[in-house]
Design a protein around this ligand. Structure first.
Ligand SMILES: Cc1ncc(COP(=O)(O)O)c(C=O)c1O
Length: 381
């Protein structure tokens, strides 16, 4: 057995779903802002592209994916970020972004017997970055977040930088909704160049913004940079498992070599649907509008009731500070208090100790559900 499995933190969402089921079986109606799984339909034209692509014969897909898909993704990066990618050199499709986040470790982390290696993970982060590092036998270095919710790069000492192989960033951020300026990406890549590590940027939420479109790591350069994106949030396609790995030519070449061995090739009918999704922006604009309405409604009630919504500039998350009157000001206590009143949120501490001051609301339920939840919050807070 891989001994690292025993040291993994329990998967936070399992505990939450058990607690929800228990309350629902008692007949309680729940308004679920707990999990970031979009609830709006996948646009009809994308579903149609999938069914149109179903063939009578079933053949193995390739891990490198259809040239049309790599082309569509490169085209999207060009239009969205003014970044020029060669579809054959800088782009690989992924089965959603989660497996890509996890499997990047296989390309970048070596046999630990060949020397110590560390992976930098923000102290508050999506669980997969640290899990992948652990299971690839690398040391996890938790980077403190500054008041801007960005990892403090100055906390990386020469001693750590000497063995750092990979630094994880995730902006727009889950759970805080914070965004990173291009200058920050430039700083991270300059450091990576100097010390010989890679920067991986999880950009799953890059398209869910309100005021101005967030930047990509790849705008700061392709060398030592890997951006991972997905159709899950942008196009409501979590079930399709369709994402992308883009950036550094050597990393993409290494992954292109090793991924066929992993069994992570995306079915071709999914790839055809993905081409349609990457080539259309109108549905993404419409989806942003839906989130903006829900966001305005909930921010309004929370702020009227004296709560503080921090960061939350992009993504479909609201990062809400635990009010003073909550026992020990604990995110778990506040989440439990809200749950007893039918509102499901995620305690920030599920995603790292630094999250203990906040709870996270995912604005995924439809507007009418958000309206009913807002009425409850108006009454109980
Ligand atoms: C920060 C972040 N990255 C990646 C993912 C995974 O997305 P995908 O559906 O592409 O695997 C999620 C899912 O919630 C996420 O929050």
């Amino acid at each position: 057995m891989n001994s690292a499995i025993e040291t993994l933190a329990p998967y936070a969402f399992t505990a939450l779903s058990q607690r929800k089921s228990a309350l629902q079986s008692q007949g309680m109606e729940l308004f679920d802002f707990g999990i970031g799984d979009p609830q709006d339909p996948t646009p009809a034209f994308i579903r149609q592209s999938l069914t149109d692509a179903l063939q009578p014969e079933s053949r193995y897909p390739t891990a490198a994916g259809l040239p049309e898909l790599r082309q569509a993704i490169a085209g999207w990066f060009g239009r969205r970020f003014s970044v020029t990618l060669d579809p054959d050199v800088h782009v690989l499709p992924a089965n959603g972004s989660k497996e890509a986040l996890f499997n990047l470790g296989t390309a970048l982390l070596d046999d630990p017997r060949r020397g110590p290696q560390a992976v930098g993970v923000p102290e508050l982060a999506y669980q997969v970055y640290a899990d992948s590092a652990w299971l690839h036998h690398a040391e996890v270095i938790h980077l403190p977040l500054g008041s801007d919710w960005l990892p403090d790069l100055s906390a990386l000492t020469p001693e750590v930088l000497g063995r750092l192989r990979l630094l994880w960033l995730n902006y727009p951020n889950n759970p805080t909704g914070a965004v990173a300026p291009l200058s920050y990406y430039r700083e991270a890549l300059a450091l990576a160049e100097r010390w010989g590590f890679y920067v991986a940027s999880d950009e799953a939420y890059s398209e869910l913004w309100y005021d101005s479109p967030p930047t990509s790591l790849l705008q700061a350069g392709l060398g030592r940079a890997i951006a991972i994106n997905t159709l899950s949030k942008r196009s409501n396609m979590t079930a399709y498992r369709s994402g992308v790995i883009a950036g550094d030519a050597q990393v993409v070449a290494a992954l292109r070599g090793v991924r066929p061995r992993m069994g992570v090739a995306t079915p071709e009918f999914i790839q055809r649907a993905a081409v349609a999704a990457w080539e259309d922006e109108a549905h993404v604009t419409a989806q942003r509008r839906r989130y903006a309405e829900r966001r305005a409604l909930l921010i309004d009630v929370l702020e009227r009731k004296g709560l503080t919504v921090d960061a939350s500039e992009a993504t479909f998350y609201l990062w809400v500070r635990v009010p003073e009157w909550v026992e020990q000001r604990s995110s778990r206590q506040f989440a439990e208090w809200l749950l007893e009143r039918g509102i499901v949120v995620l305690p920030g501490e599920f995603l790292g100790v630094r999250g203990a001051t906040h709870v996270r609301l995912a604005l995924v339920p439809p507007l009418e559900t958000c309206q009913r939840a807002a009425e409850i919050l108006d009454r109980v807070l």
